[in-house]
Design a protein around this ligand. Structure first.
Ligand SMILES: [Zn+2]
Length: 304
């Protein structure tokens, strides 16, 4: 999510655990309509994939993990540095893995200013302290949790620093905000063209389960629907007049929903996607470096 905070309705202080027909080692937590985050429980380590928007939400996830934390190392993966995915970092005593562009975004003036604004607006952000990523990894890095592997796939388009998480043993994809119901937001300067490339790459993994951070679905068909949406955004040529060719109501209809069933800010996302489609895609920012592996040692505590 992006374009500022809020608009998704009240957010609880304690996340709700959501269960479904996926492997129970992937535990799904929901903070109202704001965001979903994930805890992947391996034999030797637990990975918290995104920490939600506040320390109290992150603490709620850790409390719910209970015995799953006993005897296991803990590691955090940030899919990207938007506040609803990272402001709980300060409550999780673990190394934080992200894309190499992540730390500069987290420590930038814009992030500090945004936190100040949100703190002034909502008491639930009072305890937030920005904790930047401590471990950065190239495209294709693997985190071995014991029995389950996280393959961290550079997935630019929503943001330049975005990582998706592929768990090959389960054919399960955590796309972060690269895929979203009803449709994703392609932040400039990456834009819809880069996000379409990313979604094609993720779809080629042929996942059986896709759990995005927004939209509450586990349907792998989400990738194809998002791609069809982006292809249509791109086909308009973008710019201020593009909404006449592809109105928001059509965008929602092709995603299988309507304005009454999704937060109102999706109309803004759509408008901005159309504007961003007029921006020429940047030359590939993807890392061509070879894969790196990150071994998680249960004895290492938070020293990774
Ligand atoms: Zn986001």
């Amino acid at each position: 999510m992006s374009l500022g905070a809020g608009g998704a309705g009240p957010v609880p202080d304690v996340p709700e655990e959501v269960r479904g027909p996926w492997d129970p080692r992937v535990r799904v937590f929901r903070a109202g309509a704001e965001v979903d985050a994930f805890c992947v429980v391996g034999d030797r380590a637990v990975a918290v994939v995104d920490t939600m928007s506040s320390p109290q939400l992150a603490e709620g996830m850790l409390a719910a993990l209970g015995d799953d934390l006993t005897g296991r190392a803990l590691v955090v993966v940030n899919t990207h540095q938007h506040h609803d995915h990272t402001w709980g970092n300060c409550a999780v005593p673990a190394p934080v893995i992200a894309h190499p562009a992540g730390p500069a975004i987290a420590l930038g003036a814009a992030a500090a200013r945004f936190l100040e604004e949100r703190r002034a607006a909502e008491a639930r952000f009072a305890r937030v302290r920005i904790v930047p990523p401590t471990v950065t990894v190239p495209d294709g890095a693997e985190v071995h949790l014991g029995g389950l592997t996280l393959v961290l796939v550079h997935a630019p388009g929503h943001t330049p620093d975005h990582l998706a998480v592929w768990i090959p043993e389960l054919r399960l994809l955590l796309p972060g905000d690269a895929a979203e119901h009803p449709f994703p937001y392609a932040e400039a300067p990456a834009g819809p063209a880069d996000l379409a490339v990313t979604l094609r790459r993720l779809a080629a993994l042929d996942p059986e389960t896709v759990l995005p951070c927004h939209g509450g679905t586990h349907d792998p068909g989400l990738l194809a629907r998002n791609l069809a949406y982006l292809d249509r955004v791109i086909a308009t040529g973008g710019g201020p007049g593009a909404e006449a060719a592809f109105p928001s109501a059509d965008a929602l209809a092709m995603s299988g929903t309507d304005a009454g069933r999704v937060p109102a800010f999706y109309a803004d996302f759509h408008r901005q996607n159309l504007l961003n489609a007029a921006i020429a895609p940047a030359p590939s920012g993807r890392s061509e470096r070879p894969s790196a592996e990150v071994a998680v040692d249960p004895q290492a505590g938070d020293g990774l």
